[in-house]
Design a protein around this ligand. Structure first.
Ligand code: PA5
Length: 438
């Protein structure tokens, strides 16, 4: 597996700065394995996690569904932030949809609750829940987060219409670092439905830990392939493999863009199923880097959709944007041997009249051309950009990409001289809320 990274800054001086920054960046690689300087806790456990713990955990969790003494056809994930975006990333790409029944018998759909407190939306979700026999996975590293705890209490009360208290507990899994919690008291004495997130892995770095692996295993995902891809990235990094080292130019490129006054990084992707990854990527970089009034603001964007809205701003608005194009050669779950069916624009007279030269193209090929065209148009306007190319996106190349982004994020934080593992700013609204509640 590889990831190709191509950086495009228009002026020559930038290229020299980038080379210097990359030298410094590569010197920082050994720091990835260490706790951040002012941290008492070692938060670097995410590094080389597949080899140290992840692969073992994935093997243990594989086939979990067949060991349960009851039938279920839905996984409800109750979590927020890093306790849900990782699962959503994989589910969006390879998961069974809630709308289409019986599409992939080996996979169960996932319903995400706990990341919002909207009554009207939850009403709709409860109606969906009523049509299924669910398992519920409460994921909260701290075990204290208001949103998931509030939603679980609503869900478990709602389920009492159909299940006994014991059955609800049987169907509840708790994934946390917390050693003591009302959840654990409830689940006891059967602690087999408790899974631990290590203290040394913060939420946004927890995607390869039990935080995502438990719900994904329950939903029947290929978590071993995910882990294999991430492991491959770390192995290549450890071996200082040339192509992998080159790809790390992404961190200095983002840093340079910010230094030069770009305040927004737009991650442009052409695949609607990458919305989850966009959210996860945004959280990873925003929460890790955005401190001490530093760092570029990350935001995901779906092309073509957004070319018809913010495309105008990118082309002619304030010159504040650094663009990162995430290119894939399609999405295909590993082990899916069904012959690939492709969709092509027809070539009949009507289509030719309606679409001119676009007729006859496969949609993915057209999409690729649209990405190329927008990169060219935006570069003419001196929007610096970067292209990440990952090939076919399956569970293992996604694991590789996740490890690449995590690594780039921590390396970027080193260049910014901020601690990637804390989030003091998130506490501010919680304090205000406590005032309002009292
Ligand atoms: O990255 C982080 O640490 C946060 O975004 C957390 O994931 C988020 O606040 C949820 O916290 P918890 O898992 O403790 O409920």
């Amino acid at each position: 597996m590889t990831i190709s990274v191509e950086v495009n800054f228009s002026n020559k001086e930038d290229l020299v700065s980038l080379e210097n920054l990359q030298r410094k960046n590569l010197e920082n690689i050994d720091r990835l394995k260490e706790p951040y300087e002012d941290e008492s806790e070692d938060n670097s456990l995410w590094y080389n996690w597949p080899e140290n713990e992840g692969k073992k955990l994935a093997s243990e969790l594989e086939g979990i569904s067949s060991r349960l003494p009851y039938y279920y056809d839905l996984v409800v994930v109750v979590g927020i932030g890093g306790s849900y975006t990782g699962t959503k990333t994989i589910h969006d790409l390879f998961g069974a949809s809630l709308e289409i029944r019986n599409q992939e018998p080996q996979k169960k759909p996932i319903l995400f609750c706990g990341y919002h407190l909207s009554e009207s939306y939850l009403q709709k979700q409860l109606k969906i829940l009523d049509q299924y026999k669910p398992v519920i996975c409460v994921v909260s590293k701290s075990g204290k987060t208001l949103e998931p705890n509030a939603i679980y209490s609503v869900l478990s009360t709602h389920l009492k219409k159909r299940f006994s208290h014991e059955e609800i507990l049987e169907r509840t899994f708790f994934v946390s670092s917390k050693k003591e919690s009302p959840f654990l008291k409830e689940l006891s004495p059967n602690k087999s439905r408790f899974f631990s997130i290590p203290d040394g892995i913060v939420g946004r770095f927890s995607v390869l830990s039990a935080a995502s692996l438990v719900p994904l295993a329950l939903a029947g995902h290929n978590i071993k392939a995910l882990m294999r891809g991430a492991d491959d990235f770390f192995k290549k990094l450890e071996a200082k493999e040339e192509h992998t080292l080159k790809s790390l130019i992404y961190a200095p490129a983002r840093f340079l863009a910010w230094k030069e006054g770009k305040s927004v990084e737009l991650l442009a992707y052409e695949e609607p199923q990458l919305e989850g990854l966009g959210l996860w990527w945004q959280q990873l970089f925003a929460e890790s880097e955005g401190k001490q009034e530093k760092a570029i603001f990350p935001i995901g964007s779906l092309f073509s959709r957004d070319l018809h809205s913010i495309g105008q701003y990118i082309q002619e608005g304030s010159k504040s944007i650094f663009e990162t194009f995430l290119l894939t050669s399609g999405v295909r779950s590993e082990g899916n041997f069904e012959s690939e069916s492709r969709i092509r624009i027809p070539t009949d007279e009507f289509a030719r009249e309606l679409l001119g030269k676009a007729s006859g193209h496969y949609l993915d090929d057209l999409n690729e051309k649209i990405m190329k065209a927008s990169r060219k148009a935006h570069s003419l306007r001196e929007v610096p950009n970067c292209t990440l190319q990952i090939g076919v996106l399956n569970e293992s190349t996604l694991g590789f990409l996740i490890a690449f982004f995590q690594t780039s994020c921590v390396l970027g934080s080193f260049l910014l001289e901020v601690n990637p593992y804390n989030q003091p700013g998130v506490e501010a609204y919680k304090k205000e809320l406590l005032h309002l509640l009292s």
